[in-house]
Design a protein around this ligand. Structure first.
Ligand SMILES: [Zn+2]
Length: 265
């Protein structure tokens, strides 16, 4: 009896030492029974890849979710500061991404890029350039199909495949996700949070996806942006690129600092 009890106690201590070494955001809330990680195989593989490439450490974004283990849905950040975030969706593209990087570098600004998996697969070198320049990477799904039209299993595959493509190209595990068109069912929000990611929308639409010209895009952003705003832009074509210098100059005039989305909170 005593011997068995002691053996069980030793086994319990050993089990408690068997702590996962993954990102704490992936660890499920404390539970009575040991449960397997909710993460599917792909992100685990991806996390291994991240650790295997220390040379990318300088470019890695440390997402807020990994620090607090609290995932949220964000439309804007703190209004009581001087920070604002520019976000670029649908890339990377040969038409715009490299030029966006050049303008951001000239203005010493960092931004957040919500990438499509299919674009990362086509242009992994551009995705890598974005990461190397110190910008933040986010997951925009694979195909830009509306998350409202996808079954949960399809959405999970889109997010997993996109995250895996981003990790393969850049060594960075994205911890932010943005739904195409800004529309999503409640089940998608739950899925994103369960993955340990923040769901990020926006509070200022530049209008660049609606066909506005460069001057109008710049005027819209500069006029509307205030502290805490997340600005929606796209690295898809030249209009946004041409608008960007005026946007950055205008935000500076308003004494707003441009930071990646995760630094707004
Ligand atoms: Zn999009």
């Amino acid at each position: 009896m005593t011997g068995l009890g002691r053996w069980l106690a030793i086994a319990a201590v050993l089990a408690s030492c068997w702590a996962p070494t993954e990102d704490p955001a992936h660890v499920p809330a404390p539970a009575q029974a040991p449960t397997p990680s909710r993460e599917p195989a792909t992100p685990t593989l991806a996390a291994t890849r991240v650790r295997a490439e220390p040379r990318d450490a300088a470019a890695m974004v440390v997402p807020r979710a990994s620090v607090t283990a609290q995932t949220r849905t964000r439309y804007a950040g703190s209004r009581s500061d001087d920070r604002v975030a520019l976000s670029f969706d649908d890339g990377p593209t040969p038409q715009a991404t490299r030029r966006v990087l050049q303008v951001l570098r000239l203005h010493d600004a960092r931004a957040t890029f919500f990438m499509l998996g299919e674009q990362v697969q086509r242009h992994p070198e551009l995705a890598a350039e974005v990461a190397r320049a110190g910008h933040e990477l986010g997951n925009h799904g694979w195909s830009h199909r509306s998350w409202r039209s996808l079954f949960p299993s399809q959405l999970r595959a889109e997010l997993d495949d996109t995250a895996a493509a981003i990790v393969a190209a850049t060594g960075v595990q994205p911890r932010l996700a943005r739904p195409p068109f800004g529309r999503f069912p409640a089940s998608a929000e739950q899925l994103v949070h369960a993955r340990g990611d923040d769901l990020v929308l926006w509070s200022v639409d530049s209008g660049d996806s609606a066909g506005a010209d460069a001057d109008t895009i710049a005027a819209t952003v500069v006029e509307r942006a205030r502290a805490g705003d997340i600005v929606l832009l796209h690295d898809r074509d030249g209009r946004t690129v041409r608008a960007l210098p005026a946007i950055l100059a205008g935000l500076r005039r308003k004494q707003l600092r441009v930071v990646p989305v995760s630094e707004l909170f």
